[in-house]
Write a protein that binds this ligand. Structure first.
Ligand code: ADP
Ligand code: ZN
Length: 721
């Protein structure tokens, strides 16, 4: 067996697909496939499963057979391969018999590297299929969306069962099964049904760091959606709704609001469905409003947001749908509108009559969905732990982690609470005290207590708010309680100090949760980005290929950061493989050089991060290469405001770039702020109780402190904390 070194495979990845690095476990998966092993690869949606069989296909002799369930998905993948100059084709029921025969001829002649086959194309008479395959003499089988073979999976397709014969007839051929299903029963089922002998199993992390999660109350939902889309009018996204009728209604509303939207559901005829899908791929629509029927076939890498107008039935579905955002790795939003009413509706939906066991499972999954929506903690942590991955309690990029912290002086309310405890002779528990404070008319309240001065002085706060205060008092030992089954509150020395006004009580609490947080400031020159995007659109229209298949958004970002000036430089940009450089290179270089000449900017390719360095520090977070451009300019003696101006970026972005080099000791914190400032920020970081998100810290500081400065201190802490 051939062994392929990492270097060799990396060269091949660059040559064929234009990518510089392997993602997740792609490298090991590919090495195993090439070594002839059977592989089960589990990766989240958007993780990059296709490369795991496409790259081996290019390195193995002969043809690779790919089984894939959806026609639209197949077409998209084949288009993407063709755009890279790789001869791929598909066989499915959308083609005429002549067309199919022609493709089969090409395949038999050895002219096709990857042949995609829809499962329904496998004839009932499997022998003729096997004969056909034998004539092709394939090198590799890839079964995409392999969970479709399992009844336990969420998308069982009986035709997939026919695939179990492959291993009987081709016992020595490597087979790779790929899925995003995290469920172990399904995984075992895949291995068994495909008869995978001693498979190597690779499970990648399910975290999608570039997707930001928001759950918002479902109020004025259409207005909220309209608002959001209008703020992101150059982007495209998907809105999921539960019923076919509502997809139509929502789309109609958006169209009336001037948004390029369309609806999609399984009730449309297939011509209309594929028209809508293709128009979306070509960016003719910004928004598709769809039932869950839409999506498995969507491979569009620049979907910037996924909105759930209604609550999904389970976390699996929710995660898969949100996973369709941000496949290109750029920041994207997942927004869910939650109402308890939706849960009630869904309860009826998911209950399967006459099947209590099955209903119990679906209801439990719905309960977990509800828990997620009502969660008062990090959403990402919940999702990761749901899929069996431990995760820290703070992600910094969900609505909870982005909510505002504030310092609250609760001295007066705390005094009221304690005085009620004192005046009822330290004989009662929390709920009774709260009832007294809120002036409850209940008979349970002793008539004498209704005469007290403290009776009813706490009406300005809700019951839960008083509960929170009681909890805080106990937690900070301003109050004690007995160990009884119904604990009684008791005062202590600290309580009296507070009551007498000798101390004050300030606490950190979460303010109203943040709604959808604006996109991060772009890290690249947006002016040229727009020009390049227009160019891409022109090429896409000329060649009838979806724009993101020409080059993806992250490639445009790299071009708008480094301004490459020659074919050689262009080749170093992610997404530009050799074929694309020769096919589209001249057009892109032309736009870039016109722009840079006008603006008197030169190529920044020399500032791109040297690749070797990246690999040595694998445990360190990779410093974004845009930051290296800033560092180099800073070291040349350019000031922060000037760098910002020249790079068309904001000052705080530049500051945050420089901050990253404080952790690596390349820059010194003293160059950026006084000792006093450093100390004050350190103190506030401690107060905020976390070291990940900037906003909670900024909220607690005055305007004299910038985000950039806070970030610098956080980075400094990494080395000195
Ligand atoms: P999946 O099938 O797992 O949902 P895809 O195979 O469609 O994901 O890949 C998602 C996107 O990521 C595609 O646009 C693909 O071109 C891109 N991609 C895959 N691997 C890499 C890589 N190593 N570097 C950069 N982009 C990649
Ligand atoms: Zn979070």
């Amino acid at each position: 067996m051939n062994t392929y070194s990492q270097e060799k495979l990396q060269l091949a990845l660059k040559h064929f697909f234009g990518f510089d690095e392997f993602r997740l476990k792609q490298l090991s998966i590919i090495q195993n496939v090439l070594a002839g092993n059977n592989v089960l690869a589990i990766m989240p949606t958007g993780g990059g499963k296709s490369i795991c069989f496409q790259l081996p296909a290019m390195l193995l002799p002969g043809i690779t057979i790919v089984v894939s369930p959806l026609i639209a998905l197949m077409k998209d993948q084949v288009d993407a391969l063709l755009a890279n100059g790789i001869y791929a084709a598909f066989l499915n029921s959308s083609q005429s018999t002549d067309e199919q025969r022609r493709i089969m001829q090409h395949a038999i002649k050895g002219e096709i590297k990857l042949l995609y086959i829809a499962p329904e194309r496998i004839p009932a008479n499997t022998q003729s299929f096997i004969d056909f395959l034998k004539r092709l003499n394939p090198s590799l089988f890839a079964i995409d969306e392999a969970h479709c073979i399992s009844q336990w999976g969420h998308d069982f397709r009986p035709e997939y069962l026919k695939l179990s014969i492959l291993k009987n007839h081709f016992p020595n051929l490597p087979l790779i099964a790929l899925t995003a299903s995290a469920d172990t029963i399904t995984q075992n089922d895949i291995v068994e049904r495909l008869a995978l002998n001693e498979p190597k199993v690779f499970i990648s992390s399910f975290n999608r760091p570039n997707i930001h999660y928001f759950v918002l109350p479902k109020k004025n939902v259409l207005v909220q959606i309209e608002d959001y889309i209008k703020k992101h009018i150059d982007d495209c996204g998907i809105i999921y709704a539960l019923s076919r009728v509502s997809t139509q209604e929502i789309a109609a509303y958006l169209i009336k609001a001037g948004i390029k939207a369309a609806h999609y559901h399984a009730g449309l005829d297939s011509a209309e469905r594929s028209r809508v899908q293709q128009a979306f791929q070509k960016d003719e629509y910004n928004v598709i409003v769809a039932t869950i029927a839409f999506g498995m076939g969507i491979d569009k890498s620049n979907v910037r947001y996924v909105i759930h107008h209604d609550v999904p039935k389970n976390i699996e579905g929710y995660y898969q749908e949100t996973g369709r955002a941000g496949r290109d790795g750029l920041r994207s939003d997942a927004i869910l509108f939650y109402s308890f009413g939706d849960i009630m509706k869904l309860k009826r939906f998911v209950t399967i009559e006459g099947n209590t066991a099955q209903s119990a499972i679906t209801l439990k999954k719905l309960q977990q969905m509800q828990d997620f929506c009502e969660l008062e903690a990090c959403r990402r942590q919940y999702l990761m732990e749901y899929f069996g991955e431990p995760f820290q309690a703070y992600c910094g990029s969900c609505d909870y982690c982005l909510s505002t912290l504030e310092e609250k002086d609760i001295t007066i309310d705390a005094q009221k609470f304690l005085s009620a405890v004192a005046r009822t002779n330290e004989n009662y528990g929390t709920n009774y005290i709260i009832d007294v404070l809120r002036g409850s008319a209940s008979e349970k309240i002793n008539e004498l207590h209704k005469e007290l001065k403290t009776y009813g002085i706490g009406k300005h706060l809700k019951k839960e708010e008083w509960q929170w205060i009681a909890q805080q008092l106990l937690q900070h030992q301003y109050l004690s309680k007995t160990e009884d089954q119904f604990p009684i509150l008791k005062l202590n020395e600290k309580s009296w100090k507070l009551l007498k006004g000798e101390t004050e009580l300030k606490l950190i609490s979460k303010k109203e949760k943040q709604t959808i947080v604006a996109l991060d400031e772009p890290e690249y020159d947006t002016e040229i980005f727009k020009l390049l995007k227009d160019l891409r659109q022109t090429i896409a229209l000329e060649s009838a290929v979806p724009a993101y298949n020409i080059v993806s958004d992250d490639t445009l970002v790299a071009l708008s950061t480094y301004y490459p000036q020659s074919f050689e430089e262009l080749r170093q940009i992610t997404g530009f493989g050799d074929y694309k450089v020769s096919k589209y290179g001249a057009a892109f270089l032309n736009v870039i050089s016109n722009y840079t000449q006008k603006k008197k900017i030169s190529s920044r390719m020399n500032l791109a991060k040297p690749k070797k360095e990246k690999k040595e520090k694998t445990t360190q977070p990779v410093i974004g290469s845009s930051a290296y451009v800033t560092l180099a300019m800073y070291k040349e003696g350019t000031g922060i405001p000037e760098i910002a101006k020249e790079r068309n970026l904001s000052q705080s972005t530049i500051e945050s770039h420089l901050a990253q080099f404080i952790a690596s000791n390349e820059l010194k914190i003293n160059d950026f702020m006084t000792e006093d400032k450093l100390l004050k920020i350190l103190e506030t970081i401690k107060l905020s109780g976390q070291t990940i998100a900037l906003k909670p810290i900024k909220d607690l500081l005055s305007d004299d402190y910038s985000y950039g400065e806070i970030r610098m201190v956080l980075e400094w802490l990494k080395k000195n904390g």
